[in-house]
Design a protein around this ligand. Structure first.
Ligand code: AMP
Length: 189
């Protein structure tokens, strides 16, 4: 299966992704991780990406797409994948659909984790990752609302979106995620 997990920064995507890759038995493709790896390796792509990431802005579509395209062509992705943090803009979603269509594949379902903004801020203060200073974190939430939220409508119109409540324990949320996966499986048949 090819599943996309969408949610604002701090929504708990990471935790749910860990469990989902086990359930689905597919590779986990996180563009945030790919970009951080490129920065660590000091590649030209990494250097360019860092200038945006340090400001809490999205990296240009073309840069992210070239990373994802390379990764999606890997033989391990034939059976499916879990996309985490990608697509994040409408052009990325359209380009993903084109890319998959050319390989006679498609996205099976999109899960949105919804969490109110004040809860996101509370979690961020408790977690303190390097790119989590309050000002940058707010910018990341804003870029989610401005650039990523329109994707929800894109997938909704295609009947592929299930939005779930991201509040509760990791177990509670995973039960909801699992239910969404079962619904996607049924609609595939
Ligand atoms: P994440 O680990 O998914 O929260 O991503 C960390 C940062 O990497 C984001 O704040 C963006 O600057 C950048 N990033 C990750 N994925 C994308 C994407 N699909 N498009 C643009 N920028 C991205």
């Amino acid at each position: 299966m090819r599943i996309i997990l969408i949610g604002p920064p701090g929504a708990g995507k990471g935790t749910q992704c860990q469990r989902l890759v086990e359930l689905l038995d597919v590779p986990h493709l996180s563009t945030g991780e790919m970009l951080r790896a490129a920065i660590q390796q000091g590649t030209a792509e990494g250097q360019e990406a860092a200038t945006y990431m340090n400001r809490g802005q999205l990296v240009p579509d073309q840069l992210v797409l070239s990373l994802v395209t390379r990764r999606l062509k890997g033989p391990d992705c034939r059976k499916g994948c879990l996309l985490d943090g990608f697509p994040r803009t409408l052009p990325q979603a359209e380009m993903l659909d084109d890319l998959l269509e050319r390989q006679a594949m498609s996205v099976d379902g999109v899960i949105e984790l919804t969490v109110p903004r004040d809860e996101l801020v509370r979690r961020m203060l408790a977690r303190q990752r390097e790119d989590d200073n309050p000002e940058i974190f707010s910018r990341r939430i804003e870029s989610f609302e401005r650039q990523t939220a329109p994707l929800l409508e894109y997938y909704e119109r295609r009947g592929k979106l299930i939005s779930i409540d991201g509040l509760g324990t990791a177990d509670d949320i995973f039960q909801r995620v699992h239910r969404a996966i079962r619904a996607f499986r049924r609609s595939r048949r």
